[in-house]
Write a protein that binds this ligand. Sequence first.
Ligand SMILES: Nc1ncnc2c1ncn2[C@@H]1O[C@H](COP(=O)(O)OP(=O)(O)O)[C@@H](O)[C@H]1O
Ligand SMILES: O=C(OP(=O)(O)O)[C@H](O)COP(=O)(O)O
Length: 395
Amino acid sequence: MLQKMTMKDLDLKGKRIFCRVDFNVPMKDGEVTDDTRIRAAVPTIEYLVENGAKVILASHLGRPKGEVNEETRLAAAGARLSELLHKDVKNLKESVGETVEKEIGNMQEGDILLLENVRFHAGEEKNDETLAKSFADLADVFVNDAFGAAHRAHASTAGIAKHLPSVSGLLLEKELDVLGKALSEPERPFTAIIGGAKVKDKIGVIDHLLDKVDNLLIGGGLSYTFIKAKGYEIGNSLVEEDKLELAKTFIQKAEEKGVKFYLPIDATVASEFSKDAETKQVKIEEIPSDWMGLDIGPETVELYRNVIKDSKLVIWNGPMGVFEMEPFANGTRSVAEAMAETEAYTVIGGGDSAAAVEKFNVAERMDHISTGGGASLEFMEGKELPGVTALTDKK
Ligand SMILES: Nc1ncnc2c1ncn2[C@@H]1O[C@H](COP(=O)(O)OP(=O)(O)O)[C@@H](O)[C@H]1O
Ligand SMILES: O=C(OP(=O)(O)O)[C@H](O)COP(=O)(O)O
């Protein structure tokens, strides 16, 4: 349970609300190419409108490094939001200053205004005190609904909260609820699937999950560090030599904790890192020395599918192979389908796995797809999220 105040704890009528959202959406040629994060913020915005608030939305987009950058303006995101809400959204070209103050002064209850990309100010990422205060001065209440940016201690996600009553929005609350419940009172068998490229990025997650799960399924590029640690030839597969010892300690920790630690038993290997490479399927102990593993093989798919099927809760972070290239997409696609078919409660931990379930058309069949990649990883590592810590405690 979230021990922080939520929007429902306050009377919002007539109040100016500084609502931080994560509209950091993929863009191409000035258009939003995936509006998932915008749609995810709609319930909070509608709630604010229905409750007579004056809604001042703020977000970052990309990493413009403290300078105005035409490609990372928020206008296209604002236009998309307006379509989704069937309501006017006024886009401003600034996030602080006189024009902003004047526009806010003219707002009526239920009006929506979208400030310009907060990262056009260098103080945003530095969590600059003056900028945080300038944001706070625009409003009466701070609502944080930017789960995707909750792992950042920035002026508009954390600093501002020092100066205003600060509460969670519906999306932030839901993300914390689902991920929090999964980790603190999981239905069992509880299975985590970890893939992706680098062990380095997932150390904290694997370590933390080993204290919680019944089954850990490993796939993707990071599996080869474990396979090598077990003494097998991995050819030219991705490996982090300096993590071999750590990989061994994880295998050992799993044994001590009674966690079933699954590694691929076969692989799709390729002659080079290319979609046109020659490929073949081999047992994991038979990877030829000048080939590289780019996907889990069919026997591993079958094994993992059965574990997923027999679970009550499954959390997935990181693809099983180089799913962007069709010859190496089968493992990730099959795991996505197994997640869609299982009766278990299924949680996708953002990032590439969220992109994969979209790509394979099974997103609708997941129980929860997190809007945060880095944020959900940090949460799964058991770390505090500054954007949450900063909110006002529930009395
Ligand atoms: N066997 C592999 N060898 C090399 N790269 C891989 C392999 N399996 C998966 N990948 C790559 O890992 C990337 C995702 O890694 P990562 O960023 O750690 O995942 P996430 O974004 O889910 O956290 C994908 O681009 C994918 O192509
Ligand atoms: O897209 C985001 O992160 P994510 O890709 O890890 O989910 C968030 O908007 C945070 O952006 P940042 O990593 O530039 O701080």
